[in-house]
Design a protein around this ligand. Structure first.
Ligand code: HEC
Length: 239
């Protein structure tokens, strides 16, 4: 016997008007709900639904596949179908390796490949400053949300999670990381790094670069000599 979830509200007896349709539960002056054309029919439909077993319990337990569940239906035994070769999901077109992967032909990119930072993209100086400033603001916000819990707000690697026992990341202010190209940071966010997991599913590509720019700004704040000769994200901060 199948369990049936009972209609929780008051059910109109067949042929009688449902209490709701009289407007008794509405405040005076409110719009009335349209009366069902034939209350008898509505009750009948409800009964038919209940009898046919369309209740909440069965909707939860209806046949369906969960991720990675096997299936005897397909030849390879998997319920999840492989993506058709050449298919590109919306929002996942990768045409620019520098921007999308942080490396070109195996070489980590050495600039932040984003308007305002990429010297290949010409901008009016004032627009460049505005663009960089907005980008860094975004980067700071995202960094404080996603990275500061471990790397802390200054990048020294003493965030709250580390204080509570997680393995400490290196400070961003050591020479090796000052010298690491932007692509190194982008890839660490994208793929994870050692004990640190990947943020690819949580942080969109543009925001990853914003975070990279902000980490650079943090580094510059501790070592202005890094400014020498490079297109500087810090110009945006100074405004
Ligand atoms: C849950 C803690 C945690 C969070 C959150 C976190 N990291 Fe990390 N990160 C680590 C740890 C721990 C390491 C060192 C991993 C190792 O060496 O095994 C690391 C390493 C790194 C490295 C590589 C450093 C190197 O040695 O070359 C970079 C770059 C980095 N993190 C950037 C980020 C950025 C950017 C974010 C935010 C998007 C972030 N991390 C969020 C814990 C974290």
């Amino acid at each position: 016997m199948t369990a049936t979830i009972r209609w929780a509200g008051r059910r109109p007896a067949a042929g009688r008007e449902a209490p709701e349709t009289k407007g008794t539960r509405m405040s005076a002056g409110s719009v009335r709900r349209p009366r069902p054309a034939a209350p008898g029919l509505a009750a009948l439909a409800l009964a038919a639904l209940t009898l046919s077993g369309c209740n909440e319990q069965q909707m939860i337990t209806q046949p369906k596949y969960k991720p990675l569940q096997p299936s005897a239906f397909f030849d390879n035994g998997q319920s999840s179908r492989p993506v058709e070769p050449g298919t590109v999901a919306r929002g996942q077109l990768r045409v620019n390796p520098a921007y999308d992967l942080g490396e070109v032909d195996g070489q980590l990119v050495n600039v932040i490949p984003v308007k305002g930072f990429d010297p290949a993209v010409e901008l009016e100086p004032s627009e460049a400053r505005r663009t960089r400033k907005a980008f860094l603001e975004r980067g700071r916000q995202r960094y404080d949300i996603f990275c500061a819990p471990c790397h802390d707000r200054t990048g020294a690697g003493q965030g709250m999670i580390v204080q509570r026992g997680f393995s400490p990341p290196p400070s961003f202010h050591i020479d090796r990381l000052r010298e690491a190209p932007p692509g190194h940071y982008y890839k660490a966010i994208t793929n994870g790094y050692g004990a640190m997991y990947s943020y690819a599913s949580r942080i969109p590509v543009e925001d990853r670069w914003a975070i990279v720019a902000y980490v650079r700004a943090l580094q510059l704040s501790q070592d202005p000599s890094m400014l020498a000769g490079t297109p500087s994200p810090a110009e945006g901060v100074a405004e």
